[in-house]
Ligand binder design. Structure first.
Ligand SMILES: NC(=O)c1ccc[n+]([C@@H]2O[C@H](COP(=O)([O-])OP(=O)(O)OC[C@H]3O[C@@H](n4cnc5c(N)ncnc54)[C@H](O)[C@@H]3O)[C@@H](O)[C@H]2O)c1
Ligand SMILES: O=C(O)[C@H](O)CO
Length: 326
């Protein structure tokens, strides 16, 4: 019997890829120009399944994949997928929620602390051999514990951040999300509020929504102006939820104190991006879920979704249940 053809893209853990290769014909592509890479386009024409990270799946790509049944993202975010176009063609789309929640919350909390306590900057100071006298107040950071944390997007990861903030750091939590979550209010002593109230009152503003037409450019000039001058802004969602030029402007003008960023408008980030030159900005290269343990779990879950879809079983993390007739 001929094996079903699968296209693997960008990041799929080695043991998972190996396992898939036993059962399917798998071609792995690292980074491709999806419009012009001949090998990619020829293989795409034959595949029934795609598994991988951040492949831009749009109408043009779908037109070139007539046998495609399922696209299995190795990520919880799925802004890389044109879900409407997939659904119209009856193609399943899946993601990897839950398995990464705690890992991403750890990373975001780490970035928050690193920014508040200026850890990367002072690490460089020590390693450059500049630590010759006692620290001066210009090098001090700000406290995290007992401060007000504003979380925009109180979903799975937002709640895991709230858990760390409440139980670990006794922080007061404000949140803004599509709906109020009474269980979150009770569990973490959190207060649901408008976006503007959150921005005006928070010491730390943490953005962790998905990227959607509603959240694209959610935080820009007006929103930075509403924040306290002492506010620290943390973005763990996607780069385009923020107007990056406005963030740069707000930091340059001292409208906010500092920023901790895991995501950018363009990734990998342009080496000339002014954010990279700012001492009060902590940058990480989209590391939210990137631990050995969690990347493996994400790949395993993505493979489970893929195999279910290919074999006529409803995938556990179907994003567009309409294609299943639900
Ligand atoms: N930095 C990283 O490495 C990394 C890792 C994982 C996820 N993420 C990002 O985090 C996002 C959230 O993941 P999750 O598992 O918590 O998802 P989730 O669906 O559980 O939570 C998202 C929350 O955002 C809220 N939301 C949606 N639109 C909103 C809006 N316009 N205003 C306010 N709130 C809004 C939703 O109501 C929901 O509560 C992902 O979609 C992804 O973009 C980043
Ligand atoms: O959305 C996610 O799961 C992450 O950002 C992928 O790295």
């Amino acid at each position: 019997m001929t094996k079903k053809k699968i296209l693997a893209y960008n990041r799929v853990s080695e043991p998972v890829l190996h396992d898939l290769q036993q059962k399917y014909e798998v071609e792995f592509f690292k980074h491709v120009d999806t419009r012009n890479d001949e090998r990619f386009l020829q293989y795409l024409h034959q595949v029934e399944g795609i598994i991988g990270l951040e492949l831009k799946v749009d109408k043009m790509l779908l037109d070139r994949a007539p046998h495609l049944k399922i696209v299995s993202n190795v990520s919880v975010g799925y802004d890389n997928l044109d879900v409407t176009a997939l659904t119209k063609r009856g193609i399943m789309a899946t993601n990897t929620p839950d398995v990464l929640t705690d890992t991403v919350a750890d990373a975001i909390f780490g970035i928050l602390i690193a920014t508040a306590r200026r850890i990367p900057e002072l690490d460089h100071f020590v390693k450059r051999g500049q630590w010759s006298e006692f620290l001066v107040p210009e090098q001090f950071g700000v406290d995290v514990h007992h401060k007000k944390l504003g979380i925009i997007g109180m979903g799975r990861i937002g709640q895991a951040i709230a858990q760390r903030a409440h139980f670990g750091f006794d922080m007061e939590i404000l949140y803004h999300s599509r709906t109020r979550k009474p269980e979150v209010d009770t569990k973490y002593r959190a207060t649901f509020c408008t976006l503007d109230a959150l921005l005006a009152h928070s010491d730390f503003v943490c953005l962790i929504t998905p990227l959607t037409p509603e959240t694209e450019g959610l935080i820009g000039k007006r929103e930075f102006k509403l924040m306290k001058k002492s506010a620290i802004f943390i973005n763990g969602s996607r780069g385009r939820t923020v107007v990056e030029e406005d963030l740069i402007d707000a930091l340059e003008k001292g409208e906010i104190l500092a920023a901790g960023l895991d995501v950018y408008k363009q990734e990998p980030v342009d080496p000339l991006n002014p954010l990279l030159k700012m001492q009060n900005v902590v940058t990480t290269p989209h590391i939210g879920s990137s631990t050995h343990e969690t990347e493996l779990k994400m790949s395993q879950l993505a493979a489970k979704n893929l195999e279910a879809g290919l074999n006529g079983i409803k995938p556990p993390n179907l994003i567009n249940p309409e294609v299943w007739g639900d």
